[in-house]
Design a protein around this ligand. Structure first.
Ligand code: G3P
Ligand code: MG
Length: 250
């Protein structure tokens, strides 16, 4: 991968599409991100039929009116669930999107994407393979950045889709973060905002990698991190943290 010198995606990504302002990982969140001129981060997981859906948890209960594991649920059932009502009655009828629907809508809206591979237990390899195949078929003009906490998923994805930029997601920063990124060919480190420090930001820059932080909801901290050289802030509050509020232009 040739790494452009500047982070090519928006400097702010709305976490799980619309952050706290819309039901997570739904198409409704895209309007929020668009309004605030942010890109979007969302999570993809395989259904029982081996189809990618946009959902965070391995189980359906928290964000939908369904029950059980995503990995045990067929497409026809997943696609019929309500993913809006648990957020707010205003969003009744909002669906769990198929990944292909999400791709189509983001492309139509011109929204930059950070696709997080979120494998259910033991499905790291399969999830990465299906994502690579789906992206190959979509032939996007603007590449997304693909991230994951699963290094197995990232390695499998990189083999199948060597030209797609990768971000390694970590919560605490492991001492060998640079070696891990190099091994995977990752161009970015995505770090929990509680773990980001100025020395880390400087070290990541020295290593010629990009640095993203999640999930930063405090505008002052976001400004501070960008000052340290953080390239991208992933936030639940795109209303408070967005390119305009940060003085980054549109
Ligand atoms: O990709 C950043 C962030 O989404 C990682 O955590 O659990 O919200 O997917 P999580
Ligand atoms: Mg995520």
């Amino acid at each position: 991968i040739t790494k452009p010198s500047r982070w090519p995606w928006p400097r702010v990504l709305a976490h799980r599409c619309g952050g706290a302002l819309a039901p997570e990982n739904t198409l409704a969140g895209l309007d929020v991100a668009l309004h605030h001129r942010c890109g979007v981060e969302f999570d993809v997981m395989l259904s029982a039929d081996g189809t990618l859906f946009v959902i965070h948890d391995e189980t359906l209960e928290r964000t939908t009116n369904g029950r059980g594991r995503v990995a045990d649920t067929p497409d026809v059932v997943l696609a019929g669930l309500d993913a809006g009502v648990s957020h707010h009655p205003q969003f009744v009828g909002e669906r769990v999107p198929r990944f292909t629907e999400m791709l189509t809508r983001c492309t139509a809206l011109g929204l930059a994407m950070n696709i997080e591979i979120k494998p259910s237990a033991g499905m790291d390899r399969e999830t990465a393979q299906v994502l690579a195949a789906t992206l190959a078929q979509a032939a996007l003009k603007e590449p997304p950045i693909v991230s994951s906490f699963s290094e197995e998923a990232l390695a499998v994805f990189a083999e199948a889709s060597p030209a797609t930029p990768l971000g390694l997601l970590v919560e605490a920063v492991p001492p060998d973060w640079e070696a891990r990124c190099r091994r995977l060919g990752a161009v970015a480190l995505h770090v929990a905002c509680s773990a980001v420090t100025k020395p880390l930001a400087m070290a990541v820059k020295r290593a010629d990698l990009w640095l993203a932080t999640y999930t930063e909801n405090d505008p002052l901290r976001a400004v501070e991190q960008l000052g340290w050289g953080v390239d991208c802030v992933i936030t639940d509050r795109p209303d408070l943290i967005n390119p305009e509020s940060l003085g980054l232009g549109a």
